[in-house]
Design a protein around this ligand. Structure first.
Ligand code: PGA
Length: 250
């Protein structure tokens, strides 16, 4: 069986509804669904509906939110619940992206609650984990990543991991142009799988790599069987470049 790969675009705070629509229209002209290749887009929340509408009819495309709150409703000014993003058409959600953790103080516990809420609603969480440069230099990568995974396991029992996707994104590699080597990435992916297995997760959880992925390094990264795809910020912002990147490695 051919290998299945997932290419996820994290647009962060770029592309309003009009730009998102234009992007997807162009991207659809440039690509065709490919066997074993899934394409995920995480636009800003205000652009989820436009992205879904533009991508309608392309079964290989899933649209998700960049963040959610864990409660289904309530007095949480400025937040979006899972049911709300689903009303826009989202069928996945990024949880615990390092920018959420480090710039907005999201805790391991909140990440766990969010993953549980996303699963409960029947859509797919893409949970991000990864160490900072100081943690890597102190030799604490494994400890840190395992702590982040354990915080999710506290809220999501091992039997429920069949719909979870993980992204390993070392914080020092995000938006810095400095990416982990394929060996660095593969080693941490293997560690995450081993630790999940030890804790009773029986399924093979897909793990993406993220952090300065681009057309120049994606092939070497995806050559490693430990990687099931990539989560990409900067290099996903132009339809031509992104179409070219997702055409590599599959
Ligand atoms: P980058 O971002 O590709 O721009 O490094 C990746 C991410 O933050 O998900």
């Amino acid at each position: 069986m051919a290998r299945s790969l997932l290419y996820a675009a994290n647009w962060k705070m770029h592309h309003g509804p009009a730009a998102a629509r234009t992007f997807i229209e162009r991207f659809l002209e440039l690509t065709r669904p490919a066997e074993g290749r899934r394409l995920w887009f995480f636009p800003p929340a205000v652009s989820i509906a436009a992205t879904c509408e533009a991508a309608d009819g392309r079964p290989d495309i899933t649209v998700g939110a960049q963040n959610v709150h864990w409660e289904p409703k309530g007095a949480f000014t400025g937040e979006l619940s899972v049911p709300l993003i689903m009303e826009f058409g989202a069928r996945a959600a990024l949880v615990g992206h390092s920018e959420r953790r480090h710039l907005f103080g999201e805790t391991d516990e909140q990440v766990g609650r969010k993953v549980a809420a996303v699963l409960k609603a029947g859509i797919t969480p893409l949970v991000c984990v990864g160490e900072t440069l100081a943690e890597r230099e102190a030799g604490r990568t494994e400890q840190l990543v395992v702590r982040q995974v354990d915080a999710v396991l506290e809220r999501v029992p091992s039997a429920e991991w069949s719909r979870v996707v993980v992204a390993y994104e070392p914080v020092w590699a995000i938006g810095t142009g400095r990416n982990a080597t394929p060996d660095d990435a593969a080693q941490v992916h293997e560690l995450i799988r081993f630790e999940l297995g030890r804790r009773g997760v029986k399924v093979r959880v897909p793990i993406l790599y993220g952090g300065s992925v681009n057309k120049g390094n994606v092939l070497a990264l995806l050559a490693r069987p430990e990687l099931d795809g990539v989560l990409v910020g900067g290099a996903s912002l132009e339809p031509e470049g992104w179409a070219e990147l997702v055409g590599m490695g599959a």
